[in-house]
Design a binder for this molecule. Structure first.
Ligand SMILES: [Cu+2]
Length: 256
């Protein structure tokens, strides 16, 4: 009896911990993050009941048959086998389609958007890049900083990338030396930056604020402190900042 009680207690703890891991109601900060979070929750809600179902069968079998002195070999059951094969196939198809659906989104994989054929461009400078309908920022990674410039405005910022909220933004990326990777965890943005190439990251950020940027590609001794921030401003504030700050700028305004 003690064993059975312990088993049930263990199971209850597992169930409780699973429930605690369920997402809270924190709104996503960007279009990318919304898609990625949505996918995770979608998969979680399918995986959780399945996990509980399997656990319950396991516990049931262990409790019910642990003292069976006369175990019988399993008999063939084609109907059951076809059922579990088909059920597994349907689940895998669901996982695959859900993931594909997020992957082909033009914010998650901007290289597949209609206006640009290839995400990686072999060009001489930012000026040769194809035009997009987005707000654009040009970002160059080098050992070990991020430098941003703003087309049409003679502004350069170091380790701060300033963009407007609630607008489609394209961040064009390149590198001056080795491969770096712009990673903004809170916004679900991550894109490699290659020397001699131009790659594109896209997002819409919903909330003005400061979001941490790190380099996600080991790039030498200073890699671990190759940090920066995406500064997201209200569109009006952004416009004002662009027009009032011709010339090289290192100070960026505080997001409201
Ligand atoms: Cu780096």
């Amino acid at each position: 009896m003690g064993h059975r009680r312990r088993t049930i207690e263990t199971l209850s703890v597992v169930v409780l911990l699973s429930l605690l891991a369920l997402p809270g109601s924190v709104a996503a900060q960007s279009a990318n993050r919304e898609l990625i979070d949505g996918l995770e929750y979608q998969l979680l809600y399918v995986a959780l009941p399945l996990t509980l179902f399997v656990l319950l069968i396991l516990v049931y079998a262990a409790v019910k048959f642990h003292n069976n002195d006369d175990p019988q070999p399993t008999t063939e059951d084609p109907a059951l086998e076809i059922t579990w094969t088909a059920a597994t196939a349907i689940i895998l198809l669901f996982v695959g389609l859900s993931g594909y659906n997020v992957l082909i989104n033009p914010y998650v994989s901007p290289s597949q958007s209609a206006d640009i054929d290839h995400g990686q461009q072999e060009l001489d400078s930012f000026a040769d890049l194809p035009e997009t309908d987005d707000r654009e920022v040009h970002v160059t990674g080098y050992q070990w900083e991020w430098q941003a410039s703003y087309p049409g405005a003679n502004i350069t910022t170091e380790d701060e990338i300033v963009i407007p909220a609630n607008e489609s933004v394209t961040i064009w990326l390149t590198s001056e030396d080795v491969i770096h990777s712009l990673f903004v965890p809170a916004l679900g943005v991550k894109q490699d930056a290659f020397p001699g190439r131009y790659t594109r990251a896209r997002t819409i950020v919903y909330e003005p604020g400061r979001y941490n940027v790190v380099c996600a590609e080991f790039c030498g001794a200073g890699h671990s402190w190759m940090e920066g921030e995406i500064v997201v401003l209200e569109p009006d504030t952004y416009e004002q900042w662009l027009s009032e700050n011709e010339g090289t700028v290192t100070e960026t305004p505080q997001p409201s």
